[in-house]
Design a binder for this molecule. Structure first.
Ligand SMILES: *Cc1c(COP(=O)(O)O)cnc(C)c1O
Length: 374
């Protein structure tokens, strides 16, 4: 089986360094908000080109505490997409605000920026773009609209560490950028973890307080916060991996470009497009295929870990039923949820494996075309 991601191969490269870093933490006696988290926050902010970074428990917490820090809550609307992982919209609902969906641009899988203005109401407080699959959303247009309508921008960068739009890293455009260190992300820990970045001293102080029970000074609580601290073991592991992230992203891009080359001329597969002036970091390599569900099933049976991100659009999820959307409201999102399929993607994937995967994808599509059951 060629899995969608193989973290064991990465561990072969980094394992010795990571084990040493972890043992150092174990021996140090400092396990929460110690020197490693502090150093990681500095290194992360420097990498992103932002003033601050705040270590948190998860990407989901980064998103929801970002909304809290901006005082977005009940009665407020946040414009976002339905073609993403549920954590994006979950965070909006956690604070009591209402997600408002725009459709996607099918070329990039990201927010169709031409629809944003038509969704702005007096209740709109923020735009929350998602840089899906590591592909940057159009931050130029989004920031321009946000400025004109006086809206906040929270970037969901959970799949896009290191991605760039016009030479600037995503996450550094908006008020707050949110990252996840879930193990399978491009920069993954060995457990849960997350980070928020910002250029604002005020927002940094708010999120720093919110992650630690709502107080800047120990045992002085100014508001209801949460326990969302990044621990020292994760921080130490992530500091090791930070040294490799650019190299790994570059290798992912090479893997992606090899896939695209291998599918060239085969019209039943639509390969992902890269826009000019963007640096896509390919958290996923996602194609569109006919008879998607059958093709994926055949691939799974045939040793290729093809996955569906995401098979049900968020406006059709039970959790958001109260928002009152129906099928047909977001046609491009709905089309893509029925046609996308992500192929194995990780830096260490070999050309030989890719040739096998591509051949099996083509075989599955042809077999499906020839059979009446598809
Ligand atoms: C992974 C992910 C999240 C959530 O991150 P966690 O660390 O798992 O909480 C949010 N948004 C997107 C787009 C993601 O891919």
């Amino acid at each position: 089986m060629i899995p969608i991601v193989d973290l064991k191969r990465q561990y072969k490269q980094t394992g010795a360094e990571i084990e040493k870093a972890v043992v150092d933490v174990l021996r140090s006696g400092s396990y929460i908000l110690g020197p490693n988290t502090k150093a990681l926050e500095q290194e992360f902010a420097q990498y992103l080109g932002t003033k601050h970074a705040i270590g948190l428990n998860s990407g989901t917490d980064a998103l929801h505490l970002a909304l809290r820090a901006l005082d977005i809550g009940k009665g407020d609307e946040v414009i976002t997409v339905a073609f993403t992982f549920v954590a994006t919209t979950e965070s909006i609902e956690i604070v009591g605000a209402t997600p408002v969906f725009v459709d996607i641009d099918p070329d990039t899988f990201n927010m169709d920026v031409t629809q944003i203005e038509s969704k702005i109401t007096p209740k709109t407080k923020a735009i929350m773009p998602v840089h899906l699959y590591g592909q940057p959303a159009n931050m130029e247009v989004i920031m321009d609209i946000a400025k004109r309508y006086n809206l906040y921008v929270i970037e969901d960068c959970c799949q896009a560490i290191g991605a760039e739009f016009k030479g600037k890293k995503v996450g550094s455009f908006g008020d707050i950028g949110c990252y996840s260190f879930f193990p399978t992300k491009n920069l993954g820990g060995m457990g849960d973890g997350g980070m928020a970045v910002t250029n604002s001293d005020y927002l940094k102080d708010r999120m720093t307080a919110l992650r630690n029970h709502g107080g800047a000074v120990r045992y002085h609580h100014d508001e209801i916060g949460v326990n969302s601290r990044l621990d020292e073991i994760q921080s130490a592991i992530l500091r090791v991996k930070m040294n490799y992230i650019d190299e790994w992203n570059k290798m992912r891009r090479e893997v992606a470009h090899r896939y695209t080359e291998l599918f060239k001329g085969y019209e039943d597969v639509q390969t992902p497009k890269e826009l000019d002036d963007t640096y896509c970091v390919y958290h996923q390599y996602t194609i569109k295929v006919p008879n998607r569900d059958e093709v994926q099933k055949m691939l799974q049976e045939n040793g290729v870990g093809a996955m569906l991100y995401y098979p049900i659009p968020l406006h059709m999820q039970k959790v958001h039923a109260h928002l009152g959307y129906k099928m047909g409201d977001l046609p491009k999102t709905e089309y893509d949820t029925q046609h996308v399929m992500s192929l194995p993607m990780f830096a260490e994937l070999t050309f030989e494996e890719q040739k096998e995967i591509v051949q099996k994808v083509k075989d599955a599509i042809e077999k499906c075309k020839a059979s009446a059951s598809c």
